[in-house]
Design a protein around this ligand. Structure first.
Ligand SMILES: Nc1ncnc2c1ncn2[C@@H]1O[C@H](COP(=O)(O)OP(=O)(O)OP(=O)(O)O)[C@@H](O)[C@H]1O
Ligand SMILES: [Mg+2]
Length: 252
């Protein structure tokens, strides 16, 4: 199995307060890896290390260990952060389209990258919207505001926006937390479809979602990785009593 992200002995602190302790795991390429664990255990922090958007938080630092993405140490000082974040896209809990048209949301970063022919742009936008399972619902209203879409559609638009950058990895931090059950199912179907092309890491509080969607699951607690393995094993035959308590809902 090809490894997309290799995390070794990672420690991380906010203003001197250590919140990740000696985390080591390999995230396989073109699979879905879920991070689960109680609130505050460090799931989002760990996820945000992979494209270094924690760098934007004053006082936030990797204090030890390493992260390699396809064999490149991403914490090197000479890493091109814009390129890193293009390769490693991110989707957040609260869908956050730009106050622009549906078309312009998806075309945004392509335009930033430089002049592109209109026909080429049209193609990329269509392909990204198709990949995000949104094209059929929006093809007749591409120039309408993104804010006129339903929550689930806005989240799929955010996924299309990330896909338009041709990333290798997609990070999703509770992508369905703000959605109703039907919109959630639709995003889950989409995530399963996307793993054919992308490596996906998803944070979720929804145990059913982790079992439905992911190939591997990592259980974290108090900044430590407690257990990591195939999703079936984590849920049906956990080795650690804390994992067992969490997945069976008797934790705490
Ligand atoms: N910007 C920040 N500044 C300081 N401390 C932070 C910051 N963000 C998170 N923390 C702290 O780091 C720890 C891990 O937080 P993190 O947000 O990664 O947890 P989480 O597992 O994603 O939780 P949740 O499930 O509630 O989203 C917590 O103790 C939290 O209070
Ligand atoms: Mg979080």
């Amino acid at each position: 199995m090809h490894t997309a992200i290799q995390i070794k002995n990672l420690t991380f602190a906010y203003s001197g307060k250590q919140v990740l302790h000696d985390v080591t795991l390999d995230i396989p390429a073109r699979q879905i890896t879920a991070f689960i664990g109680p609130s505050g255990c460090g799931k989002s922090t760990l996820l945000r290390c992979f494209n270094r958007i924690n760098d934007r938080i004053p006082g936030a630092h990797v204090t030890g260990g390493s992260i390699q993405v396809h064999d490149i140490d991403i914490n090197r000082s000479d890493i091109d952060l814009q390129e890193l974040r293009r390769r490693i896209g991110m989707v957040f809990q609260k869908y956050n389209p730009f106050p622009k048209s549906i078309y312009d949301n998806v075309a945004f970063s392509l335009r930033l990258a430089g002049p592109t022919k209109r026909a080429e742009l049209d193609d990329t936008v269509e392909n990204a919207l198709r990949s995000a399972a949104l094209w059929d619902e929006v093809k007749d209203r591409l120039q309408a505001s993104a804010f006129g879409l339903s929550g689930g559609q806005q989240q799929r638009l955010c996924i299309a926006r990330a896909i338009a950058n041709q990333p290798e990895i997609l990070l999703m931090d509770e992508p369905c937390a703000a959605l109703d059950p039907l919109a959630t199912l639709k995003i889950e179907e989409l995530i399963c479809e996307l793993k054919k092309q992308y490596t996906i890491v998803i944070v979720t509080h929804n145990m059913a979602q982790a079992t439905r969607c992911s190939d591997r699951t990592a259980f974290m607690y108090l900044g430590k990785l407690i257990e990591y393995g195939p999703t079936m094993q984590i849920f049906e035959d956990p080795k650690d009593p804390q994992t067992e308590a969490y997945v069976t809902g008797t934790f705490g």
